[in-house]
Design a protein. Sequence first.
Length: 181
Amino acid sequence: MKLRPLLFVLCLALFLISTTFGQSKPFPALAGTWYQSSSGYTRMELATSSGFKTSGMAKSAFTYGIAKVKGKWLYRNSNAAIQLTDHRPIFVLVSQMEVSTQAIALIRMDVKKNEREAQYCEAGVWTGVKEEDKNIVLLTVTRIPDSNNLTIVPTADLPSGEYLLITNAGKGYDGYDFGVK
């Protein structure tokens, strides 16, 4: 009779030990980009540009192409739906196919009254077109061993603002938007 309570206590202890020490956050199985916090993973929503605008056309015409024309991608609303308090967020890209670590970029967006802008390019008659990088944030992108998945972390704390995480540089203007408070 005394063996049953001892066996119960032993089983309970093993259960508690296995759930406490053997607990690791389950890695997301669904393809996409995820924000990793201490409480788990949050799926990021893909943000698509709502338009494109240029500035400096008249100035460029009057200066015979010396002044440059700038192009910006536009995004709806002055804030992203996901607002983070973490100033150095960790993202995980879960992919079924291989993604180059060099195809990942983080861009700080300019906030306007009812929209956000990501400066994309600058063009001049004499200098041609070049992609802007004044708002690009430096990242550390590492491949998770034995997978196509990537871990993405800014190299420094992000100041408060709105950001666009691009996971396919070939598309350029599609990415995952978020804000840092």
